[in-house]
Structures are given as structure tokens and as C-alpha cells.
Write a protein that binds this ligand. Structure first.
Ligand SMILES: NC(=O)c1ccc[n+]([C@@H]2O[C@H](COP(=O)([O-])OP(=O)(O)OC[C@H]3O[C@@H](n4cnc5c(N)ncnc54)[C@H](OP(=O)(O)O)[C@@H]3O)[C@@H](O)[C@H]2O)c1
Length: 313
């Protein structure tokens, strides 16, 4: 699998990243661990060297599971490891945004311990915290970098103005935004901002939580929290599925499945470094890697976008 430089860093990452949010029972329900463990091993064998998690996924559960898999199979050094901080979780389960100096230091130590590692390659702010001054955030992150506990700093879910503000205080290696055929909001401001400043972009939910994989039909129902999302029910759900059906010949013409077409569409944007695909089992990662082999021709990129834009209205 092709690797590319992440922004202006010294990290080389595969264009498909392995996403660990699926180990978040509050959203996805209980995902069996043994197929997931097999998927992590398969990813390494396929040349996927980039893995994304967060302390908030399952309130530490995803990091703990990943740390165990790293140790059991000696896999830590096969991956560029990305995790996130932001949510302080209280004993009663309540969550608060927290990017204060003291909390970042504490959160990082806890993540290192759960992940059974001595360094995090990419430490990301999960979302924007309006209540903590950026110089305080920078102070903690700079110290952690100096101590070798984190290598690079990324941000997630920030707009261009918020990145501009943080960027005055510390180097931003990359942005982790939602980006897919059903969510193109970042095309106007954030993607040009990142492209012009050599900030990497690693897109999350590139399959729109599975919907763009072309494997559901009108009778599909969801037992997880996707049942609450408007795209996954009713008229709009049907229109999106019909649009995906119309795209099957175009996908096949490129030797791709619809899921691969959706990921190739994301990766074709010149600002994009990688797409983070949410994985529950090895078929998910095996079935997607071919998407990264080449870009889509520009005319097809626009054809595909038009089809989904119309369906999602
Ligand atoms: N920074 C943030 O705020 C944030 C937010 C969300 C996610 N993320 C990150 O981004 C990752 C991916 O996002 P995501 O999980 O929302 O969405 P996604 O990658 O768009 O969708 C994942 C779902 O797609 C289906 N799928 C995956 N591979 C497939 C394949 N090859 N063929 C067919 N279906 C496939 C699976 O669902 P089914 O098996 O149910 O069909 C899977 O659970 C997460 O794991 C996490 O690391 C970050």
C-alpha cells in the first residue's frame, strides 16, 4: 500500500487508516473483540500503517483493547499511532470538554498507559474547546513533545478560523474532519486552508458510517445509534440507496466496489492525505485497500458527487 507524507511531518502514512471508534459500545453496540483483533493484524499485513483511536472511544475501552493487541502481537512499531484527548469523563459518566494544561498532561499519561506504549505519534485535540486559552493548550503540548511522549499534534472538528488561532501557538500537523460524498462542508474553507499550509487532512466517516458502502437496501434496519440519523431512515435513505445503485456501473468500470469508489472519491481531493475507515472485522479493511491505488478521473469525481448531492437533499 502506498504511503504518503502526513502534512509537513516526518511521518509516512498509508492512505487508508484503521479507525477504532467501532469499539464504542454507546454508539455501535457490542462489537466482538476477536474478529476486531484479527482485523488489526490483517491491516498490518496489508501495509496499512496508520491507526486512529481516542481516549473517549468507549471511555478508554478502545485504547485498552488496542494496547493489548499491540502487546500480544508485537504490533506497536508497525503503526503510526494517532489518538485524541478533549473529553474529561467523570466517575458518574458525565463528560466535559477539557483542554487545560493539567488535564492534557493527565490525559496523555493515561492514554500512554492504556496503549502500552512510550510515545503517541499523533496527539489530536478531538474538538474545539472555547474556554481554554490556546497558549495554555500549547504549553502542555510543547512540553509533551519535548519529553518525547508525543511526536506531532493534530486537531479534529475545527474550522479554518479555529485552526488559524491555534496555529499561532503551535504547529498543526493535520486536521481530522468528517468528509464524504454525503458531507462536503469542508471543501469551501478548511481544505484550501490545509492545502495551502501543508497541513495534512485525514478524513473520518468517509463511508458516512457505512451508508456509502452500497451494502444496505431499503429493508435494512439498524440496531445501533445510526437508527437515529435522518440519512438512515425514510425517503432520504431510499434516495441515497438508489443513487448508489446508479453508480454501480461506474464503479465496476474502474474495477471497484461502491465502497471503494466512495473512498477513492475522498482520496482524489488534492488536500487529502488519508481516509480513516471504521473497522469491525478483517473484511472491512481487506475490502477497502484497493481504493487507494489510484485517483478518480476528474469527470467521474464530479459525476459521482452530483449523483449523491441530488439524493441527499
Ligand atoms: N474525530 C472525530 O470526531 C471522529 C468521529 C467519527 C469517527 N472518527 C474516526 O473515523 C473512523 C471512521 O469513521 P466512522 O466509523 O464514522 O465511519 P465509516 O468509516 O464511514 O463507516 C464505518 C462502517 O462502514 C462499514 N464498513 C467499513 N468497511 C467496509 C467495507 N470495506 N465494506 C463495506 N462496509 C464497510 C461498517 O459498518 P457495517 O458493518 O455496520 O455496515 C463500519 O462500521 C472511526 O473509526 C474513528 O477512528 C473520528
Amino acid at each position: 500500500m502506498q504511503t504518503v507524507q502526513l502534512g509537513a511531518t516526518d511521518l509516512n502514512v498509508s492512505r487508508i487508516a484503521f479507525g477504532c471508534w467501532q469499539l464504542s459500545p454507546a454508539f455501535w453496540g457490542d462489537i466482538p473483540l476477536s474478529p476486531w483483533e484479527e482485523a488489526v493484524r490483517a491491516a498490518a499485513d496489508l501495509g496499512v500503517n496508520f491507526i486512529d483511536t481516542a481516549d473517549a472511544y468507549g471511555n478508554g475501552y478502545a485504547e485498552t483493547a488496542l494496547g493489548e493487541v499491540f502487546q500480544r502481537h508485537r504490533l506497536r512499531d508497525r503503526f503510526v499511532l494517532a489518538t485524541k484527548f478533549y473529553w474529561r469523563i467523570e466517575a458518574n459518566g458525565e463528560r466535559f470538554p477539557d483542554t487545560t494544561y493539567a488535564y492534557i498532561r493527565r490525559a496523555c499519561e493515561a492514554s500512554l498507559k492504556r496503549l502500552r506504549t512510550d510515545r503517541i505519534d499523533l496527539y489530536q485535540i478531538h474538538a474545539f474547546d472555547p474556554l481554554t486559552r490556546p497558549d495554555e493548550v500549547a504549553c502542555a503540548l510543547t512540553e509533551l513533545r519535548r519529553e518525547g511522549k508525543i511526536r506531532w499534534v493534530g486537531v479534529s472538528n475545527l474550522n479554518a478560523e479555529q485552526m488559524r488561532m491555534y496555529g499561532r501557538h503551535f504547529d498543526i500537523a493535520c486536521l481530522q474532519p468528517p468528509y464524504s460524498l454525503l458531507n462536503r462542508k469542508i471543501e469551501a474553507d478548511e481544505l484550501p486552508y490545509c492545502l495551502s499550509r501543508r497541513i495534512g487532512v485525514i478524513a473520518y466517516s468517509p463511508l458516512f458510517r457505512g451508508l456509502l458502502a452500497g451494502r444496505y437496501d431499503r429493508s435494512t434496519t439498524f440496531s445501533d445509534r445510526r437508527a437515529e440519523l435522518p440519512e438512515f431512515t425514510g425517503e432520504r435513505f431510499g434516495r441515497i440507496l438508489d443513487a448508489l445503485d446508479r453508480l454501480r456501473p461506474l464503479a465496476a468500470g474502474h474495477g471497484l466496489t461502491v465502497a471503494q469508489l466512495a473512498i477513492r472519491w475522498v482520496l482524489t481531493h488534492p488536500a487529502l492525505t488519508a481516509a480513516i475507515v471504521g473497522v469491525k472485522q478483517r473484511e472491512h479493511i481487506e475490502g477497502i485497500v484497493a481504493a487507494a491505488d489510484a485517483p478518480l478521473p476528474h469527470d467521474d469525481w464530479h459525476r459521482v458527487a452530483r449523483e449523491l448531492d441530488a439524493a441527499a437533499r
